[in-house]
Design a protein around this ligand. Structure first.
Ligand code: G3H
Ligand code: ZN
Length: 283
């Protein structure tokens, strides 16, 4: 059934675990994430990034309608979340389309501007009952820059600043920079667990880990034990889907029917979702 991100994150936090949030781009992603979560027996968040909306010719509604329909029929609770958004118009569209939460990303701006802009987004979101996540201490790798630079020691969230930011912006959750980076294709990120503990102690709202595809299993488990309540994964699904399709087309050079390769791509993503879910969350 369709549920809310706020509810899933609150429950996960109370159980000292996390909820996994996967980025969806196509209908195959939606089906795969739900199948994988059902196999693992865990709730899940389907998230659509502003970049994915751009890929869908700027329209959220077709993918949103498909996600709502799939969520309503799922055997596990499924919530819909809008990810890494800068456009206020898109925040409104998401609310209208049945999304229960958004991640407003003004982390590229200087502190005062990030705060003012996030506070405005939080006021609007709350007026409509939408749960809102924001980011402080920019997590790298979003614009295609080298992930190596992105998790350099400089790119970190400061605990004192984080506390003030959450209080003043009134956001419901905070994405923190603790050593992960977006779009990593190797699982080699080393997290700063000491910083995570300090952040957990100074901020009351749930903490979110971005760029989790590049984080090894042990590090992810430690991050959840250290207080991460929402784990965002995107690239791992692209790796699974693209790898499976590449192999399929190499083995079937005469293939024509798109269902052949889409099916193996979807299956590979479902397996990736099931594997990481059962590794991280006790069902
Ligand atoms: O917001 C989305 C996540 O941070 C995904 O990051 O593609 O590196 O797993 P990833
Ligand atoms: Zn992210």
């Amino acid at each position: 059934p369709l549920t809310t991100t706020g509810d899933l994150v609150t429950r996960a936090r109370a159980a000292r675990t996390a909820v996994l949030a996967f980025n969806i781009i196509t209908l195959e992603h939606i089906e795969a994430v739900i199948t994988g979560a059902e196999s693992a027996g865990v709730p899940v968040v389907l998230q659509v990034s502003e970049n994915a909306v751009k890929f869908r010719h700027g329209r959220l509604l077709p993918l949103a309608r498909a996600a709502v329909a799939a969520a309503e029929r799922a055997a596990v609770p499924v919530a819909l979340h809008l990810d890494h958004v800068r456009s206020h118009a898109l925040l409104q569209e998401a609310a209208d389309a049945g999304f229960s939460s958004v991640m407003y990303d003004a982390s590229h701006l200087p502190y005062a501007d990030n705060l003012a802009s996030t506070r405005a987004a939080a006021d609007r979101a709350h007026a409509q009952g939408i749960w809102i996540e924001a980011e402080l201490g920019e997590i790298g790798g979003k614009g295609g820059e080298a992930p190596r630079d992105a998790h350099a020691p400089g790119a970190r969230t400061d605990p004192t600043e984080a506390r003030a930011f959450v209080t003043d912006s009134r956001v419901d959750a905070l994405a923190v920079a603790v050593g992960s980076a977006h779009a990593m294709t190797t699982r080699t990120a080393a997290l700063d667990h000491r910083l995570l503990r300090r952040l957990r102690a100074s901020v009351d709202v749930p903490l979110v880990l971005h760029g989790s595809s590049g984080v090894p299993d042990g590090e992810l488990r430690a991050a959840v034990a250290g207080g991460i309540a929402k784990v965002n994964i995107g690239t791992a699904l692209n790796l699974a889907m693209t790898g499976a399709i590449r192999d399929y087309l190499a083995a079937h050079p005469d293939a024509v029917d798109s269902r052949g390769y889409l099916a193996v791509g979807r299956e590979a993503m479902a397996y990736a979702v099931e594997r990481i879910s059962s590794m991280l969350i006790p069902a």
